[in-house]
Ligand binder design. Structure first.
Ligand code: CA
Length: 229
């Protein structure tokens, strides 16, 4: 049974969410404080975490950041204000989705189910689907060689597309610039690995909300790059 952690200080809301999720077959645990929620999230394994923003003990921004340092579990952030969604994105916390209060319990259940299905595809048997790669707001159609970020199509050069796709198909794997250069520019063996840096920069400008806090392609200093899931 899939396990969900709800971190929410409003008891009535937490109980309502729990009831609906249990009716849909999920195993649900509630924490009412941010700090306690973080402890539980790190100690136990959950398939998804529903995280409120305003919490006693530690706010949702900090809880999200700390969970992300250790775990890839999908995080659905709940906020009472639409403005907070921009803030969540801007901080590059690695939340997977956002829902604004008030929401209907059935909407919440639908979102939860969609995330579970997507996460299982990503971390399941093969970490890729046939033609479409979808990771948070990023969608890559390998067949059509098209890329969308939060629904908006972006134009990529051939090498940018190849590099992005290669990294996205091998998430959580650190590649050196030399490895990436050999992989993507293999037929043109005379070249400079600085080409990789330039292409990563261009890709980030297209897919990242804030290029200094990348949510997708992470720089591993002294080593290379890694695509985060
Ligand atoms: Ca709250």
């Amino acid at each position: 049974m899939s396990k969900i952690l709800i971190i929410e200080d409003e008891v009535a809301i937490a109980d309502l969410e729990k009831d609906y999720l249990e009716l849909s077959g999920f195993d649900v645990k509630i924490e009412n404080r941010g700090d306690k929620g973080l402890q539980t999230a790190l100690k136990e394994d959950f398939d998804l975490i529903i995280l409120d923003l305003m919490l006693p003990g530690m706010d949702g921004f900090e809880v999200c950041r700390k969970i992300r340092e250790e775990k890839n579990v999908p995080i659905l952030m709940v906020s009472a204000k639409k403005d907070d969604i921009d803030k969540i994105r801007g901080l590059g916390l690695g939340a997977d989705d956002y829902i604004t209060k008030p929401f209907s319990p059935s909407e919440l259940v639908a979102r939860v189910k969609a995330h579970m299905a997507r996460y299982e595809r990503l971390v399941g048997a093969g970490q890729k689907t046939n033609d479409i790669i979808e990771i948070r707001g990023l969608k890559i159609d390998k067949t059509a060689r098209r890329v969308w970020i939060n629904g908006e199509e972006k134009n990529f050069t051939t090498k940018e597309f190849d590099l992005l796709t290669f990294l996205a198909e091998n998430p959580n794997h650190v590649f050196s610039k030399e490895e990436l250069f050999a992989k993507i520019w293999n037929m043109e063996s005379v070249g400079d690995i600085a080409t990789v840096t330039v292409h990563i920069k261009k890709i980030r400008e297209k897919i990242e909300y804030n290029t200094s806090k990348p949510q997708y392609i992470e720089t591993i200093w002294g080593v290379g790059y890694r695509f985060k899931i």
